[in-house]
Design a protein around this ligand. Structure first.
Ligand SMILES: C[S@@+](CC[C@H](N)C(=O)[O-])C[C@H]1O[C@@H](n2cnc3c(N)ncnc32)[C@H](O)[C@@H]1O
Length: 237
């Protein structure tokens, strides 16, 4: 059973990640899809978060899934016209296929284990049309991960001051991020912790999961606005 770490923080998700240049990232995503899936007309966004990417993909027939009902409630406000379903990517089951399936911002690593990575990739592949394209943005590999790294950011809007901080740890092949949130607003100041556990998978493990799902992996597909990507196609026959 998957435990979702985006619960109480869901309402603050966009503020927490405001440091990301979403318009630039979305512009890059549209070009990346044009480059790797030029014939695509439909897109499934797996672990779609608050719908920031779905909003930018309005030229496609879109659907989004995410494990967190709280996160999807925010997405539903942003893109009310897009069908959104609560789904665990490891058990992904929606009643149609897509020309492209995307899974961005390292969300894939929440599967935690290699066995579940294979299942999630296989479920994504099962929802591709023949000739369809899968884009996955990975998390850090075991070699890239910084043990004990301390991360801290502050963000604010008209009513809220928010600081979040974590000291990340490595537990075997898991990265563990106990994220402390300190949020102040008109009602007072609150503190809570949400622990994120994300699998550290090697390049070989990502690649073998894609191949085991029957996909053809594109060698050196190029980065997406500086972010590493895996791109794979479902064979036509
Ligand atoms: C870092 S956010 C990325 C959101 C979005 N893809 C983006 O690029 O902004 C990770 C998301 O993965 C979702 N998630 C975590 N585990 C999941 C799972 N097993 N199945 C589906 N979604 C999951 C979380 O609820 C969260 O919305």
């Amino acid at each position: 059973m998957m435990v979702n770490s985006y619960t109480r923080s869901a309402a603050f998700y966009d503020l927490i990640y405001e440091f990301r240049d979403i318009p630039a990232l979305n512009n890059a995503l549209v070009h990346y899809l044009d480059q790797h899936a030029p014939a695509a007309r439909s897109v499934l966004d797996v672990a779609c978060g608050t719908g920031q990417q779905l909003e930018a993909l309005a030229m496609y027939d879109r659907m989004g899934v995410d494990l967190s009902p709280d996160i999807l409630a925010v997405a539903a406000q942003r893109v009310p016209e897009v069908p959104l379903l609560v789904q665990d990517m490891v058990e992904l089951e929606v009643p149609r296929r897509f020309d492209a399936v995307i899974c961005l911002a390292s969300a894939i690593s929440y599967v935690r284990t290699h066995e579940r990575l294979e299942r999630a990739v296989s479920r994504m592949a099962a929802h591709l049309e023949r000739g369809g394209t899968l884009l996955i943005e990975p998390w850090f590999t075991p070699e890239q991960f910084w043990d004990g790294h301390l991360a801290v950011r502050h963000a604010a809007d008209d009513t809220t001051q928010l600081t979040w901080m974590y000291r990340q740890e490595r537990h075997g092949r898991l990265s563990v991020l106990p994220i402390h949130y300190l949020v102040g607003g008109p009602e007072g100041v609150e503190h809570w912790v949400e622990t994120h556990e994300m699998g550290l998978f090697t390049d070989a493990e990502y690649t073998s999961a894609l191949r085991a799902a029957g996909l053809e992996v594109v060698p050196d597909p190029g980065d997406l606005a500086g972010r590493n990507m895996y791109v794979a196609h479902k064979p036509l026959a």
